[in-house]
Design a binder for this molecule. Structure first.
Ligand code: MG
Length: 308
């Protein structure tokens, strides 16, 4: 049995009471209302604290996570204890995994991939060398990505190139929002590719708290697909995420090679002083405006490059 605790506003508490009116039951001492759905017992207290208990408390709790909370919910505040934390058994099932590359790199796009890996393919992928891409060189990542193309792994790769990235950033989008929409698009693409098959779950390499992710989706009139889970370092737990991670990284490396050819020298990855130097070289050669084509210009590197 699981338990999730949310802290909600008075207003939300009233809405909850209304929403669960038909399944309301006598509240235990100290509680303001209590209700029981097929999967969850909900108990609310005057303080705004609401307990969701049952075999799958997230089913009910997630309906209220996106609502305004008075204080951050305990369920999502503590790392790895939010309502979307996967049970370890999930890692051995048929999953859509998703991960991104390029978010911390000044030069180059953001690439996001989602991949569907069936439980019976996990061993084969391990044989091919699929594992946490942080332990792999860019060269072996590209080699493994080539081999992935030869087997039946439905995937979607979404690339946010630099001009579009800078445009969205100017519009006020945070990188978190961009990543959210890219992951969502990639996952939706894979879901429609494999339909009517449904995955046992969707696992996202966590880059923000799930409630923040869900809020970004809601603002764009999108909803979180069923059975979505978030965990940090997901690529080290799940072969589906590791596969997505390799596809995203291989694509990022390929794009960086192309941009380097275009510029005439190897563009450094990351956002170090080496990157500042390369950026200043580009400003001198092509003008500052050109950075918009190949870099995430809001990074501090742009200012530093201009000082050179
Ligand atoms: Mg990641």
């Amino acid at each position: 049995m699981g338990q999730i605790v949310l802290n909600v506003s008075e207003q939300t508490l009233l809405k909850m009471k209304q929403a669960y009116q038909s399944v309301e039951k006598a509240p235990p001492p100290g509680a303001v209302f209590s209700a029981k759905t097929a999967s969850t017992t909900i108990t609310a207290y005057k303080s705004g604290k609401v307990l969701f208990q049952g075999s799958q408390p997230e089913i009910e709790a997630e309906k209220w996570v996106g609502t305004k909370t008075t204080t951050k919910s305990k369920a999502v505040k503590k790392k790895n204890t939010h309502a979307y934390h996967p049970d370890p058994s999930l890692f051995h099932q048929s999953l859509i995994g998703s991960d991104e590359a390029g978010t911390g790199d000044y030069f180059g796009p953001i690439t996001v991939a989602a991949a569907y890996v069936r439980a019976d393919q996990i061993e084969l992928l391990k044989e091919l060398g699929v594992r946490d891409s942080k332990h792999l060189t860019d060269q072996s990542i590209q080699h493994i990505a080539q081999q992935l193309l030869l087997i039946d792994i439905p995937y979607s790769l979404v690339i946010l190139d630099n001009p579009k990235y800078n445009q969205l950033q100017n519009k006020g989008w945070t990188q978190g929002k961009m990543k959210t929409m890219l992951h969502h698009t990639a996952i939706e693409n894979v879901l429609s590719k494999i339909a009517p098959t449904k995955p046992d779950g969707i696992l996202i390499d966590q880059f923000s708290q799930p409630d923040v992710y869900i809020r970004h989706l809601q603002k764009e009139q999108k909803t979180l697909p069923r059975s979505t889970y978030f965990i940090t370092k997901a690529e080290s737990h799940s072969i589906a995420v590791a596969t997505a991670s390799i596809i995203a990284r291989a694509s990022f490396v390929k794009k960086m090679d192309l941009l380097s050819k275009e510029i005439g020298f190897t563009l450094p990855k990351g956002a170090s002083a080496k990157v500042d130097q390369a950026a200043s070289q580009i400003i001198r050669k092509k003008g500052k405006a050109y950075l918009d084509q190949i870099a995430k210009v809001h990074f501090a590197n742009t200012k530093k490059a201009q000082k050179y």
